[in-house]
Design a protein around this ligand. Sequence first.
Ligand SMILES: Cc1cc2nc3c(=O)[nH]c(=O)nc-3n(C[C@H](O)[C@H](O)[C@H](O)COP(=O)(O)O)c2cc1C
Length: 243
Amino acid sequence: MEVLDIMRARTSRRSYTSSPIPKDSIEKLQDTIEYLNRKSGLHIQLVLDGEAAFKSFKKTYGMFSGVKHYFAMVGNSSDPLLHEKVGYYGEYLVLVATELGLGTCWVGSSYDAQNCNCEILAGEQLVCVITVGKSPESLSSRERLVLSMVKEKSKKYDELCQYDKQPPEWFWDGMKAVELAPSARNRQPVQIIYYNDVIYATTGQFQYNKIDMGIAKLHFALGAGGRFELGEHGRFYKDEETV
Ligand SMILES: Cc1cc2nc3c(=O)[nH]c(=O)nc-3n(C[C@H](O)[C@H](O)[C@H](O)COP(=O)(O)O)c2cc1C
């Protein structure tokens, strides 16, 4: 499957069936996590049968049903790039899970972090989780209701960038991928800048903006073909390995 098709197939899923994740898919996810942790220094974990984090109606606002498994996005709390790394490498995992036919949803607040069954070592913190599992083919009526509550207006790719001269064609391939990137409340707060032949990204200082920035950079890098350096002034390098 082409990467843009995988991105188009991804949508946040908040309902899960009781079907288990197939064994070979679990192996693929575990191998990917091991690789990403080695690359990033993160301590991402696949938590299986961790429904306790989604049992409290007060914490989840009733948005999720049937959640059993999730990726716990854990990392070094003193790393200034922690949130951006969580976005960049977490979204890579989301796209691998999507290609395996699994549903996912980034969850920053509507879960019970105290009941998250993951390992948090000294000096680490749990930033957020990403639910994963088998979802029904089509959206449930509850999911449609939640969508109408959480999904604000979508911005098109040409509203998500600025440039001082006409960018090369592959820039637009990157921007089409950015348009498909998930963001907290679908705010799409990241701008990709093409200025003086250099590409970088900017965003605001609100909660989750840095995670959203990592996600948008990963989408751009996969769409345009290259690697995005993390950090406030991180640049895009064409034709380098994305992760
Ligand atoms: C950093 C981040 C945090 C999020 N937190 C939540 C959350 O707490 N609860 C929830 O239901 N959805 C959450 N979402 C999912 C967004 O609402 C969703 O990605 C957005 O509305 C776009 O919809 P889409 O993913 O279907 O394209 C979060 C997404 C991101 C990127």
